[in-house]
Design a protein around this ligand. Structure first.
Ligand code: HEC
Length: 284
């Protein structure tokens, strides 16, 4: 009896020992390139929703800073869809018209014309090669950036994350990168980027003094939101999350209904079973 209990303990004990031995190695790796911290997001969790005002501010940051290098790759009209930044149709038309779009006229000649809501927001670069030539590496297209990047929190957090439905790696990663330029003298050194050498010079330097972190234009936001590096990073990360997953809200609502149905169904099944078998017990 006792030996068999011991034997069954060997495997879990061996596993624990392996983790204990491996833990310092994980910790060392974490020191070199820390794991991004989890920020609080309005769209996290089963009841999460995008914050319209935040998405509008995030778009402003994208347009005035990130779009100087990164493509977004979504049509203008998406910006007026429900669940997004919800700009008015008029605002989107006016915005699109400020861009020049490549097109062909009736004679088949290449022309430029003002943008329309159905056009994709154009990229500043003609193509990837031109962008790569400018920075050594092409800035990745942003419409999937928030989904394409993920990181592992390491043991045991990845188990905890399963239960808390943690899905915000993308925005947490973007936030970490934007705030990872911790060497004022080297604006391509990033704490969170693998190897620390990133081809993107700190993009928020156009809004904040690299040494003091103070806003260069305190009136950057017009809705009264304080212009801090943390706020600006969060707003643009939230916007990019929406761009990568515009139907997140709807998906969560459906998921919640399915869960509610399953719970109700489980109760029904349980009481039906009880009722059906109650007679059987009585006559036994
Ligand atoms: C001056 C050009 C430039 C600007 C402005 C810029 N980026 Fe970048 N970005 C790049 C380049 C180039 C890369 C590729 C870096 C690399 O792989 O080393 C990059 C990479 C990134 C990455 C890392 C992608 C990955 O591999 O995980 C993130 C996140 C990012 N940019 C976010 C932003 C955000 C948000 C903004 C606006 C606030 C912005 N960028 C503005 C040029 C720029």
């Amino acid at each position: 009896m006792i030996p068999s209990i011991l034997r069954s303990l060997v495997r879990p004990l061996a596993l624990c020992a392996a983790f204990a031995l491996a833990a310092p190695a994980f910790a060392q790796q974490a020191e070199e390139q820390p794991i991004p911290t989890h920020q609080s997001w309005s769209f996290a969790g089963p009841f999460g929703r995008y914050d319209t005002a935040q998405l509008q501010r995030g778009f402003k940051v994208y347009k005035e800073v990130c779009s100087n290098c990164h493509a977004l790759g979504i049509p203008f009209r998406t910006l007026s869809q429900p669940g997004g930044p919800e700009f008015s149709k008029g605002q989107v038309e006016a915005l699109a018209a400020t861009y020049q779009i490549d097109d062909v006229n009736d004679k088949g000649e290449a022309i430029k014309r003002p943008g329309r809501p159905a056009d994709t927001i154009p990229w500043i670069f003609a193509n990837k090669a031109a962008a790569a030539a400018a920075f050594g590496k092409a800035p990745p297209n942003m419409n999937l950036l928030a989904k394409a990047r993920s990181f592992s929190d390491g043991f045991p957090w990845f188990v905890v994350n399963l239960f808390t439905q943690y899905q915000e790696q993308g925005p947490d990663w973007i936030y970490a990168i934007l705030n990872g330029y911790s060497k004022p003298e080297d604006r391509k050194w990033n704490l969170y980027f693998p190897g620390h050498a990133i081809a993107m010079p700190s993009p928020l330097d156009s809004l904040f003094d690299p040494k003091t972190g103070k806003a260069l234009n305190a009136g950057f936001y017009t809705d009264g939101t304080p212009v801090t590096k943390e706020q600006v990073s969060k707003d643009v990360a939230a916007f990019l999350m929406w761009a990568a997953e515009p139907s997140l809200d709807a998906r969560k609502r459906i998921g919640f209904r399915v869960m509610a149905f399953l719970i109700a169904f489980a109760f029904l099944a349980y009481f039906t079973k009880k009722k059906v078998w109650s007679d059987v017990h009585a006559h036994a």
